[in-house]
Design a protein around this ligand. Structure first.
Ligand SMILES: [Zn+2]
Length: 562
């Protein structure tokens, strides 16, 4: 059997001969080899991934350790987003972040539970004083989990600059990852950008015909083009030990040997992360869910990730000239995949000649725009969108349709429905809903004032008014009424709501508030018997669950415990 040679690379050192980041200040947050389910800068929904997703052997409960000495500066527990997360500031100016945790180490858990019982809430955000909760390098701080917006057990791990909060690629701090695998090129596209531009007889984007060479590089068929054009690529990067499709580190576009665009993921700011929607071909994403990243910069793109930009990465094609376009996709270990595109300046009769669909509404992005659609009004503040376009707006008796998910909205806009036709005493159960792809109503945060229901959203699509008359369902999960639970460690219940969704819940035993942890992914409420000393044998549990329009269920049960 041939042994595969392991490539243990000090990545930061290799790529950044003079890395500005300390190479041996931090140790690993886990005791297992680092295998990544997600890389820094990876393209996600409306954001770049701000850390590493480290695989935890598909299980919860692995020890998570502080990568260096420090003080806990922030703890947050939320049903969504990072779930249970802890921030530790280190004396060298960096803050490490550990998210989707199952629970915290005992001394931290105790600190949080005290505050949760004081405030009678599971969701909480705490900012301990400097030095109030200190940890040593390698100290156990938490256990890996799957809380919040996580779709499987893993550790989301970040390193940030403590002063400006900018996340930095953790792989620049000397962590070693096995990676001898080249980035994968899925597809490449050419874009005509100016009014007179064309690519292979088309005035619309075309997919390039690419072939893999013996040396692993790719070559595209010669492209005939005219006017101003640009390129885009669909790519991902894998490391050695996992099939996960992660993001590459850097993309460079050269034209006749000169760098036209060069971006990498060393660091970015949370303030710019949503501009991801200007990097990708959003229309393509809206139709296919594939993220094609453009090697040229469009108006409205405020990203700071570019090292070099010539003519915003766009090519001005002259008749009769030839251009060697060279696209390089790199990972942090230096593995590179190359695509060469020969371009010939040649204007030909168009075979595909499309003009943008015109509607009654031409939207100027820099101005606020207000539209009356009869049953509802739509208001877009200035700069909701990145560019001017013909927006498609329509309505019927019940719904308003606001374009479709082929255009990204950078800011929230408002949709205000007139509810004067709904009797006042019935309005409580009504809400604004967005219809999902299967036309089911999805609750959209609804503000009710006089005869108007308003929602703020960034999602284009179809909206309507919907009504929820059914209160949430509550049932026991791991016990039966009147049961003896003396040896039980947990009490768990299942809660669900058919339409508007769970808004809030609270629980008491013998009239005293108890902490129940809610996991929306499994609809489970869990109480830990270690939290409180129950002084009675007969325990009366009461759980109150409310949905988003206020329908309430009060569930009562009795159990015994010695
Ligand atoms: Zn993550």
């Amino acid at each position: 059997m041939k042994l595969k040679i392991a490539f243990f690379l000090l990545l930061g050192f290799l790529v950044h001969g003079q890395s500005p980041y300390p190479q041996d200040a931090f140790e690993s947050p886990l005791d297992i080899p680092l295998i990544l389910a997600g890389t820094f800068g990876e393209l996600r929904s409306n954001h770049f991934h701000s850390g590493l997703d480290i695989k935890t052997q598909s299980r919860e409960g692995l020890s998570v350790k502080s990568i260096g000495p420090g003080t806990v500066t922030r703890i947050k527990i939320s049903h969504w987003g990072y779930g249970k997360v802890i921030y530790i500031a280190h004396p060298n100016g960096y803050t490490s972040v550990y998210a989707h945790l199952q629970k915290f180490a005992p001394k931290i858990e105790e600190y949080i539970k005290k505050k949760q019982y004081e405030k009678q809430t599971y969701e909480i955000e705490l900012f301990p004083d400097y030095g109030e909760l200190t940890v040593n390098k390698g100290e156990l701080i938490a256990y890996g989990g799957n809380t919040g917006g996580s779709s499987g057990p893993h550790l989301h791990f970040e390193i940030r600059n403590s002063l400006n909060e900018k996340p930095i690629n953790p792989l620049l701090f000397g962590y070693s990852i096995r990676d001898a695998t080249d980035p994968t090129l899925v597809g490449a596209y050419a874009y005509p950008l100016s009014e007179d531009a064309q690519v292979n007889r088309a005035n619309t984007k075309i997919q390039l015909n690419i072939k893999r060479q013996a040396d692993g590089s790719f070559v595209a068929d010669t492209l005939n083009a005219a006017g101003t054009i640009g390129f885009g690529i669909d790519t991902y990067d894998r490391q050695d030990m996992a099939a996960n499709k992660n993001g590459p580190y850097a993309i460079t576009q050269k034209v006749n040997g000169e760098v036209y665009s060069d971006l990498d993921f060393d660091s970015f700011s949370f303030a710019e992360t949503r501009y991801l929607n200007t990097l990708i071909d959003y229309e393509h994403f809206g139709k296919t869910y594939q993220r094609v990243q453009r090697c040229f910069k469009v108006p409205g793109n405020n990203l700071s990730i570019y090292n070099t930009l010539k003519n915003d990465g766009k090519l001005e094609i002259a008749e009769g000239e030839t251009y060697d376009v060279d696209l390089q996709i790199k990972d942090l270990a230096g593995n590179t995949t190359v695509l060469k595109v020969p371009v010939k300046g040649k204007r030909l009769p168009l075979e595909i000649n499309e003009s943008p669909k015109k509607t009654d509404y031409y939207l100027i992005a820099q101005k606020p725009n207000n539209y009356d659609l009869g049953i509802a009004r739509v208001y877009f503040p200035a700069n909701t969108f990145y560019n001017d376009f013909y927006i498609d707006l329509s309505s019927d008796e019940k719904t308003v349709t606001i374009h479709q998910n082929t255009v990204p909205a950078h800011r929230n806009f408002t949709i205000s429905f007139d509810v004067s036709h709904i009797p006042v005493d019935e309005r409580k159960q009504w809400f604004v809903a967005r219809l999902d792809s299967r036309l089911r109503p999805d609750y959209s945060n609804t503000y009710k004032r006089n005869n108007t229901f308003t929602t703020r959203t960034r999602q284009l699509g179809t909206y309507t008014l919907a009504k929820d008359t059914i209160a949430p369902k509550v049932r026991t999960k791991n016990f039966k009424p009147k049961q003896w639970l003396t040896n039980y460690r947990y009490l768990s219940l299942l809660i669900s709501d058919d339409l508007s969704g769970i808004d809030s819940y609270s629980a008491t035993i013998n009239g005293e508030w108890i902490l129940m942890e809610y996991e929306p992914k499994t609809n489970t409420l869990t109480y830990n018997f270690d939290d409180k000393i129950l002084d009675k044998t007969e325990c009366e549990l009461e759980v109150v669950v409310k949905d988003n329009v206020g329908n309430t269920t009060t569930f009562k049960s009795t159990f015994f415990r010695k």
